[in-house]
Design a protein around this ligand. Structure first.
Ligand code: PNS
Length: 170
């Protein structure tokens, strides 16, 4: 193992990657927990072409930035290509993933093991979301908005407005 965690004065940097299409209170809960453990947390929006996101990379980054203004040590960025390469470039030694329920586990376990196989330097750290967000994900929020529901208890007001702009104003 060559992880930079061995250097006492090296800032501990973690990447929190994801689609964030859009960011929810569940994601924000994980970011708040992660910044208690690391000196810097980079929230990294994935340029995932397969998923055909509702929001562009720039829009997703802008929404996240708007939601983390009160959290020093949190940076927002985007990446494409392999996460482990991006993490190395950023000097990160950990990747944060949120776990909501057992159903998340299989996919997350597979991703953590693949990442470990291709880079021993990146340690996956799983954080549990608050149980009040255990059922929440971005897809459900988008569906609720498109069907006319109020999603104010799932996403910050700024994100709710962006969702309404996208999905309701035709
Ligand atoms: O929020 P998501 O969509 O579950 O995030 C998945 C993400 C972006 C973390 C994952 O797809 C990823 O790391 N993509 C980058 C490409 C990569 O490194 N793939 C190998 C990991 S198995």
């Amino acid at each position: 193992m060559t992880a930079q965690t061995g250097y006492p004065n090296h800032p501990k940097i973690a990447i929190y990657p994801g689609s964030f299409d859009p960011i929810t209170f569940g994601h924000l809960d994980i970011i708040r927990r992660a910044i208690m453990l690391f000196d810097q947390v980079i929230v990294a929006v994935a340029r995932n072409r397969e998923k055909r996101p509702l929001f562009s990379e720039q829009e997703r980054m802008e929404m996240i930035k708007n939601c983390v203004t009160d959290l020093p040590g949190v940076e927002v960025d985007c990446f494409h290509g392999l996460l482990v390469d991006y993490a190395r470039k950023k000097g990160a030694t950990a990747m944060i993933r949120g776990l909501r329920a057992v159903s998340d586990f299989e996919y997350e376990f597979q991703m953590a093991l693949v990442n470990r196989k291709i880079s021993e330097d990146l340690i996956t750290v799983f954080l549990m979301t608050h149980d009040k967000y255990s059922y929440l994900n971005s897809s459900i929020v988008k569906e609720l908005v498109s069907l006319g529901a109020d999603v104010g208890c799932f996403v910050p007001a700024y994100v709710k407005e962006r969702l309404y702009d996208k999905l309701r104003k035709k």
